[in-house]
Design a binder for this molecule. Structure first.
Ligand SMILES: NC(=O)c1ccc[n+]([C@@H]2O[C@H](COP(=O)([O-])OP(=O)(O)OC[C@H]3O[C@@H](n4cnc5c(N)ncnc54)[C@H](OP(=O)(O)O)[C@@H]3O)[C@@H](O)[C@H]2O)c1
Length: 266
């Protein structure tokens, strides 16, 4: 028996990177997993891997920044798999396009729409059912850029700071409801998002080239294992908090290897 047997998860951006790793980790723990993103091909490939693990999956093409699409996607998923018990708000975009003085307002609006409106729309669409059933997990994927300003990526940084605050508000509103909201900081991962940032020839992206050269990028399977753990009873201790995969104390509890010097946090 898996710890999450019989539960249904929705993972946004589940077709690649951290979303794909998390979807597989939840399936391995016994969950059926719905995948939402904009590319059917990548979603279907992950859906097939979930099937190979003996779990059900459904893929829905939708843009998290569009409320009507999110609402329709959740209805389709619940029709196919049953009520959503776990939501992983993972989908995000990062635009490192220059500092605020030169930033295109359309870029600002799009980053905020995907990274902040998206998690709100998805939470809004599933919360009523979770509260009615008295059990749920909402995991909002955040970033170190939500706690420390990331120059050159103002919209991303602000969106992740807002995600942290949104998580805290959810936890306050949901106290005693059996639904736990947690922000998860996944560390620097070897995904398309990192590759995209280090390919941008600006001084603000030097950090990402250095991190890559020094071998600091970690596998997405590590924060995926953390999120699987937080979907279990352990999650009850972290309502409203930002839980970092780089914390040595957390890594020890999840069973992840210790990090090299320079990445390790208390
Ligand atoms: N990589 C890192 O080092 C790092 C560090 C800190 C935090 N994070 C956070 O971790 C999460 C995952 O990052 P990642 O590195 O796995 O990113 P990624 O490789 O760029 O993947 C992003 C995912 O989001 C989906 N997505 C983007 N816009 C969407 C939209 N409008 N509607 C629906 N889906 C959308 C993409 O799928 P489609 O393109 O098919 O839509 C893709 O599956 C993000 O929240 C990110 O901010 C990452």
């Amino acid at each position: 028996m898996g710890e999450l047997d019989g539960r249904v998860a929705l993972v946004t951006g589940g077709g690649r990177g951290l979303g794909a790793a998390t979807a597989l980790a939840l399936a391995e723990a016994g969950a059926d997993v719905a995948l939402l993103g904009r590319s059917a091909a990548t979603l279907n490939a992950v859906g097939q891997a979930i099937g190979e693990r003996g779990r059900q999956s459904v893929s829905v093409v939708a843009d998290v920044a569009d409320w009507e699409q999110v609402r329709a996607a959740v209805a389709e998923i619940e029709q196919a798999l049953g009520p959503i018990a776990m939501l992983v708000n993972n989908a995000a975009v990062v635009s490192v396009t220059g500092r605020v003085a030169e930033m295109d307002p359309a870029v600002w609006a799009r980053d905020l729409a995907v990274n902040l409106n998206g998690p709100f729309y998805c939470a809004r669409a599933v919360l009523g059912g979770m509260v009615k059933r008295g059990w749920g997990r909402i995991l909002n994927v955040t970033s170190g850029a939500g706690s420390r300003p990331m120059a050159g990526a103002a919209a991303y940084s602000v969106s992740k700071a807002a995600v942290n605050f949104f998580t805290d508000i959810l936890a306050t509103e949901l106290e005693g409801a059996g639904v736990i909201a947690i922000a998860v900081s996944p560390g620097m991962l070897d995904t398309d998002m990192q590759a995209g940032m280090r390919s941008i020839p600006l001084p603000d992206t030097d950090l990402f080239r250095r991190a890559h050269a020094q071998g600091w990028l970690r596998p997405a399977e590590e924060p995926a294992a953390l999120m699987r753990w937080l979907c279990g009873p352990a999650g009850e201790d972290f309502a409203g908090q930002v839980v970092s995969v780089n914390s040595s104390a957390i890594r020890a509890r999840v069973g992840l290897p210790d990090l090299p010097d320079g990445l390790r946090r208390p």
